[in-house]
Design a protein around this ligand. Structure first.
Ligand code: WT7
Length: 629
């Protein structure tokens, strides 16, 4: 790279970082762009296949791409069994700290054993290849064990984030037609107990397909166990059936691995489907190159396993790489704002991957908290979830990374499964930019007609090449898959984001252009918040928008029209906030609820959120020709 010519605020990587890196940058960018299929095939060969694929990429039925066609593998086998054949058998796969100070460390051997035992439990309950299993827990090792156990026997897991609540869980159980729910009694958060089992009980009253509920005892605070349906995980794991060995299901590369629900433009959250083969190769390769994982590293992705970040980069990616992954149960500031820094020092963490909202949140407490700790083990830092403001980037770089750790600002999505726009250890960085697409990927920014825009012009962010970890479809809704992602611009995958590219070819993601709000990096649809509001007897109509917020990135602001007979009051507003929290989850609680007499709508009756947003920000609402009144 011609270093001197980059414009703006640029941070060059140190010689040590570049020298240590697995990724010999220029070489792999070149290899991947010369022959994309060969690049991925070469990476796939580092993993175990029961039978080698015959075709790396099959694009004969676009946009239903297939990768590693004819290949037979199993991602859980690659995460565990493969390492147990080597010295890694004794390496720590996962170090865990509970918010209350509980500790656990599981070697690869132990992880495999627990996974096999639990896989046998699932089998004994009749779970078979292709069955859906929902998992609803806090950040505890059993979450990873449950995921891996499903993968081992070919069941499709659907993890529901532990911060979601009754209706969100119910919807996901129902849509996935799950046979089994694996839940924890509760989770520790900020010194309090989140009563997950209680929430699940309520969701189960509305869900018909679940036959068995397996309960992991985390808090021991006492829960209701329904006879014939609910069973304790630890009791089942002590039965003879929970044998230490469990044969692995040989999966087709294209067989489903998991569903993960995410919010889209309209209506209900959609189930994104990922597969064993391509997803495995994509997460393995991107994590290895971008975070430059080495054998001796201790790596910490501070996201939640309930989101794609956790699936790809707490569980699968690190285990495929034989890495040591750290998992922390609780809040970053509990009991004091030094909790994270204390754990980095205590465990000697080398790589920290988190979200801008967490960085901004911790930054507010000042430099003294991190400065009390020795953070010199850190070598690489990362961020994901939303654009990072340069101020937070500089703080992270200086105060946490001591100006020696490059920051990997990774842009990707639930749908992409793996990093898409991301630096590599050798990439010169610009605060706020994810830099460039991962080797071999062609991404672009286009105008309304699908033509590339000029440098520094804003447009739609699109992807023009297939990639192995790409979603395969929306579960049970292939039409929606085609419409949502591949119809706006033929031959291009629509990300839903707007972006610009500077004169150096660096991408700058601006934000969502659809009805998705990113709150603290979490993705929520306006439709979900609105439908939670109108499910309250007092509400006739509701509209939700996102407005900028210093820590959360965006905060939810809502407008409601009351049903006749109801009068607005502070008490009612608080009740509505709690109601949204109860139905969707605490993250969805609106910042403000304003009671109004009418909402701006198009003649066809669609709420014009853009107008509400412009008004709230004091901007010009723009073209109002479609406004009804
Ligand atoms: C949306 C996808 C949390 C894991 C990945 C998120 C936004 C994600 C970045 C980034 C700017 C980002 C985009 C994207 N986003 N990473 N580095 N810079 N924006 O998965 O929940 O499916 O959300 O997150 O808007 O479309 P997700």
């Amino acid at each position: 790279m011609s270093e001197n010519e980059l414009s703006g605020e640029v941070y060059y990587p140190s010689k040590q970082i570049v020298k240590k890196a697995h990724a010999k940058c220029e070489k792999i960018y070149e290899e991947a762009s010369t022959n994309l299929e060969e690049f991925w095939a070469k990476e796939a060969k580092n993993l175990h296949w029961f039978k080698k694929w015959t075709k790396t990429l099959d694009d004969s039925n676009k946009p239903f791409y297939k990768w590693f066609v004819g290949g037979k593998t199993n991602i859980a086998y690659n995460c565990l069994d493969v390492h147990c054949e080597t010295f890694r058998r004794n390496k720590i796969a996962m170090i865990w700290e509970g918010e209350n100070g509980d500790l656990r460390a599981l070697s690869y051997f132990a992880m495999k054993r627990e996974t096999c035992r639990f896989a046998n439990v699932l089998k004994s309950l009749g779970v078979k290849k292709g069955d859906r299993v929902t998992i609803y827990m806090g950040r505890i090792p059993e979450l990873a064990i449950a995921m891996l156990a499903c993968a081992r026997i070919g069941a499709i897991h659907s993890v529901v984030y532990g911060g979601f609540s009754v209706e969100a869980l119910h919807e996901r159980l129902e849509d996935s037609q799950s046979k089994v729910l694996i839940v924890a009694d509760g989770a520790y958060q900020r010194g309090k107990i989140v009563e997950l089992k209680k929430i699940a009980d309520e969701a189960l009253q509305r869900a018909a397909t679940v036959e068995s509920v397996l309960v992991v005892k985390r808090t021991g605070h006492g829960v209701n166990m329904e006879a014939g349906r609910d069973m304790w995980y630890h009791e089942l794991m002590n039965l003879p059936i929970a044998n230490n060995s469990c044969s692995v299901e040989i999966m087709d590369a294209e067989d489903p691995l998991f569903l993960l629900y995410t919010s889209g433009t309209t209506g209900k959250p959609k189930a994104i489907l990922h597969t064993h083969g391509g997803y495995m190769v994509g997460t393995y390769t991107t994590l290895k190159y971008v975070f430059d994982i080495h054998e001796e590293d201790r790596y910490w992705c501070a996201a939640d396993p309930g989101w794609i970040t956790g699936h790809s980069y707490i569980v699968y990616g690190p285990m495929l790489n034989g890495a040591t992954s750290f998992l922390y149960e609780g809040a970053p500031t509990h009991p004091y704002p030094n909790r994270w820094w204390q754990m980095i020092e205590k465990y000697g963490i080398n790589i920290l991957y988190t979200a801008p909202t967490a960085i901004r949140g911790l930054m507010r407490y000042g430099d003294a908290w991190p400065n009390r700790h020795n953070l010199s083990s850190l070598r690489m830092l990362g961020t994901v979830g939303e654009p990072i403001n340069p101020e937070a980037w500089r703080w992270y770089h200086k105060v946490i990374g001591k100006e020696k750790c490059p920051i990997m600002d990774t842009w990707w999505q639930t749908e992409t499964g793996m990093f898409m726009i991301t630096p590599m250890p050798c990439t010169p960085l610009k605060p706020g930019s994810g830099t460039k697409p991962f080797p071999g990927l062609v991404m672009d920014i286009v105008d309304e007609d699908g033509n590339s825009v000029k440098p520094n012009e804003e447009g739609y962010l699109v992807i023009k090449t297939p990639w192995p970890a790409m979603l395969r479809t929306i579960y049970n809704d292939p039409d929606r898959y085609v419409n949502q992602y591949w119809s706006r611009f033929p031959g291009m995958y629509l990300t839903g984001d707007s972006a610009r590219r500077d004169e150096d070819g660096y991408f700058w993601v601006i934000g969502r252009v659809d009805d998705v709000i990113k709150v603290s990096g979490y993705r929520l649809g306006t439709a979900e918040i609105e439908s939670a509001l109108v499910s309250h007897p007092a509400v006739a109509e509701a509209a939700a928008i996102g407005l900028p917020h210093d820590v959360k990135g965006n905060a939810i602001h809502t407008y409601v029209i009351l049903r006749s007979g109801f009068v607005g009051s502070d008490k009612l507003i608080e009740e509505l906030r709690q109601h949204v929290g109860h139905e969707v989850g605490p993250i969805a609680k609106p910042e403000t609820i304003e009671i109004v007499d009418s909402l701006p709508k198009t003649r066809s009756g669609k709420i014009m959120r853009r107008v509400l947003k412009a008004k709230a920000l004091g901007h010009d609402p723009g073209n109002l020709s479609t406004l009804e009144e």
